[in-house]
Design a protein around this ligand. Structure first.
Ligand SMILES: Nc1ncnc2c1ncn2[C@@H]1O[C@H](COP(=O)(O)OP(=O)(O)O)[C@@H](O)[C@H]1O
Ligand SMILES: [Mg+2]
Length: 356
């Protein structure tokens, strides 16, 4: 899937940047405020149509400019080159074109440019709301189980109607139960099937990064085991009316990671938490690759610099073994010396200079 050309115009401090990344490992190094994260943001925009820093894309437009443009060229084995173009004016929605055609659904983009991002705060999803963990897992389910997106849309639309009715005219709310139960059961089947594939790969991955600690992943379905979702919806009707929302279902499921019998977020050091999350992302990349031949583009912002030398080298080795396109950022290029083959770019005041 690699990105073979990236052009950025007027995004944050990047006025006119063009780079030809390698299909393997790319290192962007340079001082604070040089524009390294902004480059990752532009790649992220190509895959998700938004930034990973905040929900607003307006602030991405360079100060004093009308709008930004990003262009990417993607090479795929055995297929024609694909192009993605994004134009975004300060106050308007982004215009996104895939192979010269306007696209409206971001899921089309997500399929065309599968990508993953690890930032210094990524480990916070261990202790934030369950929606963050579901979103992370659903990235993999979406790529491995093609029907998942459609199911999830159907489920969430019906759920919204049911919740509105629970607050307005409760008697009509239960007309939605059948469609909710059917799509919800299927969603959970797909999620569980994916998690069964993911867990062994994750445990192997994490054991290479943190040795000698027993890791466990627990998937908690959005309603009690042993009960059909329809039964559960019926049993909870009074509760749901009282609360004014649907209290069970795939929108409530979660995963929990334990290290030597304790929740990771409670006992593991911050560095260990970062490695656990990194292992989860790496494992997901391995699973989508094995199941669907998808090689996601990996964006990794500043992370290696936060690990000690030994852990950093272990992590970089894992990345190298992933055989996928990676963009890494850091302040010092020495941090990356353990990497064999790599393309180095020096980023300085919004300009990018290729070094190798
Ligand atoms: N809308 C904008 N217009 C112009 N410059 C911006 C805008 N938003 C952020 N910047 C500046 O862009 C620079 C690049 O930031 P960033 O990519 O985070 O740097 P790095 O990751 O290399 O430390 C920063 O100096 C920041 O102040
Ligand atoms: Mg940065």
């Amino acid at each position: 899937m690699p990105l073979s050309l990236l052009r950025i115009h007027n995004l944050r401090n990047l006025q006119d940047v063009e780079l030809e990344p390698s299909a393997d490992i790319n290192v962007l190094w340079g001082g604070n405020g040089a524009g390294k994260t902004a480059i990752l943001e532009s790649i992220f925009m190509l895959g998700r149509g938004r930034s990973f820093r905040g929900t607003e894309t307006g602030p991405l437009v360079a100060e004093g400019q009308e709008g930004l443009e990003i262009f990417g060229r993607i090479e795929r084995e055995g297929r024609a080159v694909e192009t993605i173009g994004i134009r975004k004016k300060r106050k308007c929605a982004a215009q996104i074109r895939l192979n010269q055609e306007n696209i409206k659904k971001l899921s089309i983009l997500a399929k065309a440019v599968p990508l993953q991002i690890l930032i210094p705060r990524s480990h916070e999803i261990l202790e934030r709301g369950s929606s963050y963990r579901r979103r992370l897992i659903d990235w993999g389910v979406f790529h491995v189980e093609p029907e998942f997106m459609h199911l999830s849309n159907r489920y969430h639309q019906a759920l919204k109607q049911r919740n509105a009715a629970l607050r307005g005219s409760p008697k009509t709310a239960f007309a939605w139960d059948r469609v909710i139960a059917e799509s919800g059961e299927e969603m959970e089947t797909k999620r569980s099937r994916y998690i069964e594939k993911l867990v062994p790969v994750f445990r192997e991955e994490v054991s290479r990064l943190i040795s000698g600690k027993e890791m466990l992943v627990k998937y908690k379905k959005g309603w009690p085991g042993g009960e059909a979702y329809m039964e559960n919806l019926i049993r909870r009707r009074d509760d749901d009316i009282r609360r004014g929302f649907t209290g069970s279902g795939p929108h409530r499921s979660d995963i929990e990671i334990e290290m030597t019998g304790q929740k990771v977020e409670k006992t593991a050091s911050r560095g260990e938490q970062k490695l656990v999350i990194a292992a989860l992302y790496l494992a997901q990349a391995r699973v989508v690759r094995r199941e669907k031949g998808i090689r996601p583009v990996f964006l990794i912002d500043d992370l290696p610099a936060e690990l000690d030398k030994e852990k950093r080298e272990l992590f970089l080795n894992e990345l190298q073994g992933l055989d996928t396109q990676v963009f890494l950022t850091g302040i010092e290029k020495d941090c990356f010396s353990v990497l064999g083959e790599k393309r180095l770019f020096h980023v300085e005041q919004g300009r990018v200079y290729r070094e190798t």
